[in-house]
Design a protein around this ligand. Sequence first.
Ligand SMILES: Cc1ncc(COP(=O)(O)O)c(C=O)c1O
Length: 464
Amino acid sequence: MTTSLEIRDDRLHFDGLDVADLARQVPTPFFLFSARQIAANIDALRTAFTRRHTATEIFYASKACSNMWFLNAVLRSGINVEVNAGGELIKALRAAFAPRQIVFNGVAKTVAEIELAVQTGVRAIIVDSLFELERVADVAARRQQRANVALRIDVDVPTLTHPGLATTHGGKAGIDRDDAPAAFDLAVSSAWIDLRGMHMHIGSQITSVEPYVRAVETALDIIDAAEQQHGIDLEHLNAGGGFAIVYRSAAVCQPADYFCSTLAADDYAEAICAALERRNPRLTLFLEPGRSIAGTAAVLVTTVENEKTKGVRDASGKRVGDERWLTVDAGFNTLLEHTNYRWYYPAVVATRAGQPATAPFRLAGPLCDGGDVFAGDGDTPFRHFPEGTSVGDIVVFIDTGAYSLEMMNPYNARPRAAAYAVVDGDVRQIREPDTFEDMVMHDVPPGAAAGSRDHPASLRTEFP
Ligand SMILES: Cc1ncc(COP(=O)(O)O)c(C=O)c1O
């Protein structure tokens, strides 16, 4: 959990700032980031890994949060960036990352995206299939420009995480490990491919080190075989990301609950570096953490806009109890936590932060959608807040920096939220909320001509 939270006089502070005070000055909902927490998260990873394996390079997984201010904070911290689509590549370049600092993943790269990556000369295009390897070689040959390539091999290690976040052992990404020899053969024999390394990524929010130990051993076996067979030295092993953060406090953790974690950067570093140091210390270790850099760096600030009590009835219709409901002004249009996606973020009432959180409430978002209800604490459907929490209170969701700004949407014509950041004790806006114009600008009303705006016709075929 973030180390930037503090309670002073019953009020929640984030990176030294009174959150409810800010909520009086600017409309909710908004995200509030901490520059200090981003730097601390990066430092923790860098120190843990370079202590054990000096040749480590970190590529921040920009899909976790590709806000331009955020990318600049990452750049200034001295690490690199991982991108997963042409649009993210353009953002990384616009944020002034050098081509050498960029690796390019993706499970369905278009020809146009590969063209852009080859032309840019990124550190590695991480190839997801034999088909894609040929596509990259074709593009490189046509451009008469060699392409730096790493092969993403599915190391096929089961993991215990949210079903939507597992990427191996039945997942869609990567080359089947049985096809690894053929992929290395093809890459080595292609005149326009410079084979740099191997990539693996076992999933996100991985709360145990065992899968990493198994995955790294498997990756080193694959690399050994390829190096021996072809007489080559690969530059790097990319061990992906996936390091977990703590969403649920240990007190309410169930066994095998992936919202709970006891692991720190040192534990992951030990698991990944030990085998590497023992078996192939010459390899540079690439990492692609996203959540563990962005997750604890932000909170989401919301206001309670509605309250009610509803009866709980048994099968015969008899009222057997009551539930108190609170509705806040952010739902799954703002934060991907709801009945369907089944994610969980802790929440605190900012102006009652020191009071015992013992009163059960059902907590919902504002959308006209039955699934727009927040998960409960532990295995109950209830959030627990201080008695008396009601309309006008500020509810703050914690550790919402990763995969949140990225996933906002304007469902119900609700504007995507603003974001602010605490930088050296001052607050600055890093994202404006949508205006109403933003929400209608892509629609072509009857009688109007499409394509009149100045934008690339399609990211599929054309990049600026
Ligand atoms: C290829 C790849 N690299 C890195 C990441 C970042 O993972 P995380 O945010 O869990 O560190 C992801 C996300 O799942 C990914 O798909």
